[in-house]
Write a protein that binds this ligand. Structure first.
Ligand code: ADP
Ligand code: MG
Length: 254
């Protein structure tokens, strides 16, 4: 029998009101792999990720993480939220943010020992933010904040990494730094699932693609699932068809 997938979504429907944001979705995200969740604005991408985390109620369906119901497997998941959704009005240092990733490890001991602090500092180092530990998070650039969120996810030592548009509004150097960290995680056997909006980098960055517009449109290895026909079905008239051909033909891989 094959090992359980890092993330299996089965018949999940989520609704905030009368109209479902995600309808009857099945998805299976593979191990040791970078998977992209792709779809237009309002397609339910963030909602699907939150459902996968088990933090919003489902109308129906189940989520399994390495074969376990998500409620029992939360400790194996790290989550980097969509940056725009986080508001840092209160003063918090970069080190505070990274240490939030450690609360599960700290557990009953209740306070962070020197070893935990060293671990947090090491995670900042991995994203190139070692010098910023004492800075206020609200004063950093968007790219720097995104690196800090990634450091927090790294601090958790999770097996499954869920990221919501990790490259939105970040500078090119940060995008490179983030992709390098994610590729290293993948080489260590971790599973990465990211909502991704830049269609031009899908082929460069990802192995597996899941396309959604409330319902599942397609899913599979990027070469099979990320096709002009599928993009047309996902985005409808919102992308010009010549643009679609350019984006999804294998010859354009950079
Ligand atoms: P995406 O991430 O693909 O842009 P979302 O999952 O954020 O889409 O949203 C899907 C749909 O659900 C949208 O129509 C959005 O307006 C709606 N929605 C998202 N979050 C909420 C919420 N907390 N309350 C009500 N409606 C919401
Ligand atoms: Mg979103």
């Amino acid at each position: 029998m094959p090992a359980h997938a890092p993330l299996a979504i089965r018949g999940v429907t989520v609704s905030y009101g009368e109209k479902p944001a995600v309808f009857s979705v099945d998805a299976t995200f593979p191990a040791q792999s970078m998977s992209a969740i792709i779809g237009p604005n309002g397609a339910g991408k963030s909602t699907l990720l939150k459902a996968a985390l088990g933090v919003i109620p489902r109308l129906s369906g189940e989520v399994y993480v390495y074969g376990q119901p998500v409620a029992k497997a939360r400790a194996r998941i790290a989550y980097v939220p969509q940056r725009a959704s986080v508001d840092w009005d209160f003063p918090t240092t970069v080190m505070d943010v990274v240490q939030m990733g450690l609360y599960r490890k700290v557990g009953l001991l209740g306070r962070l020992g020197g070893q935990m602090k060293a671990h947090a500092q090491d995670c900042l180092e991995r994203v190139g933010m070692a010098d910023c530990a004492k800075r206020q998070i609200g004063q950093l650039s968007g790219g720097q904040q995104q690196r800090v969120f990634l450091a927090r996810a790294l601090a958790q030592d999770a097996d499954l990494y869920l990221l919501d548009e990790p490259f939105a509004g970040v500078d090119a150097a940060t995008e490179r730094a983030i992709i390098d960290v994610l590729k290293l995680l993948k080489s260590e056997g971790k599973a990465i699932v990211a909502v991704h909006h830049d269609l031009s980098t899908v082929r460069d960055y990802f192995d597996h693609a899941f396309l959604i517009n409330v319902r599942r449109i397609a899913e599979g290895p990027v070469d099979d699932a990320f096709t002009p026909e599928v993009l047309q079905a996902t985005y409808g008239g919102r992308l010009a068809s010549t643009h679609l051909d350019e984006l999804s033909s294998p010859g354009t891989r950079r």
